[in-house]
Design a protein around this ligand. Sequence first.
Ligand code: 8YV
Length: 361
Amino acid sequence: MPAAVAQLREGVPFLLLTSLWAYGINPVSILFGEKQLSLPKVFITRPLPRAAIERIATRCEATVNPEDVRLPPAQMAEACREVEGLVTSGTPVSAGLVEQAPHLRVVCTVGVGYDNIDVAACTRRRILVTNTPGVVTEATADLSFALLMAVARRLVEADRYVREGHWLYWQWGNMWGTDLAGKTLGILGFGRIGQAVARRARGFSMRIIYHSIDRPTPEREQELGAQYVDRETLLREADFLSIHVPLAPDTNHLISSTELAMMKPTAFLINTSRGKVVEEAALVEALQSKRIAGAGLDVFEFEPQIHPALLAMPNVVVTPHMGTATGETRLAMAMMAAENLLAALAGQRPPNLVNPEAWGK
Ligand code: 8YV
């Protein structure tokens, strides 16, 4: 990098960079323009943390969408026309988009799930796809457990009750919930996040059962105090059913009316995975008919739209797809995505490659 450019970069305060963005000017392009450095062009769909953008900008000509909104397909296509790298967070990468991005070599999603990306279409073009596993685990498990506790102890309902001025005197029979100790937690999908939820449940003296395609070693099962059961046993015995499977064709509507009918009428459903894993209309019907007792939901089948009936139910706690939304975790995710991107653009195998078939084909 020419010394003058390096100096300029060091000397420009971030405030100036962000205010340039506000005027629709891409400061990263100004500082690292192709004409000066001939760096690979990259598009970043969301304003990621400064450290991640700076890291990318050391070796790329990066353009960042300054708005924290999902770009419509036409704008995405326009933004990706010239790029070799794409860093996306939630924004879909369809076969159509891939077709309109002839120079694209790598798509890095900032998240562990990659159902927003047409991986097959990328693989056909030998475009590498990467994700950010591991760093999302603890925050997502925390939120799952927070939702579990919120529905068990009616936290949101109780908060609303107090704020709305209904608490006039203490009552013996007010706001009764459900104990966690001694209850059965059923975990569907026992990967990193499912296991992290099990670890939390141990501390609350719960019985832990799970069902999953992949099973950990017997030593790990023992360490987590978790017992493998078949899917039907899981559904029938769980007092809390927590879902931790990725969205794929075979997990779409994995929980539908048949599965909900097997659950206890006192059971709660917790979902921080993907909305489409649960058939939302069937869930509404199960809640309305008191087939199950309640739900804690961070993800929705047609998010951000939520079935209006869910919003009217006091036994349902809803959050806006925020499993990984902590400062530490989002920073770690963005940095991991940046490293995946830089490795791929440097011709190295990125550490978190989702489609190894596209590598060295
Ligand atoms: C992201 C997630 O918010 O990691 C995931 O799979 O669901 C979240 O961390 C989402 O992927 C948008 O990038």
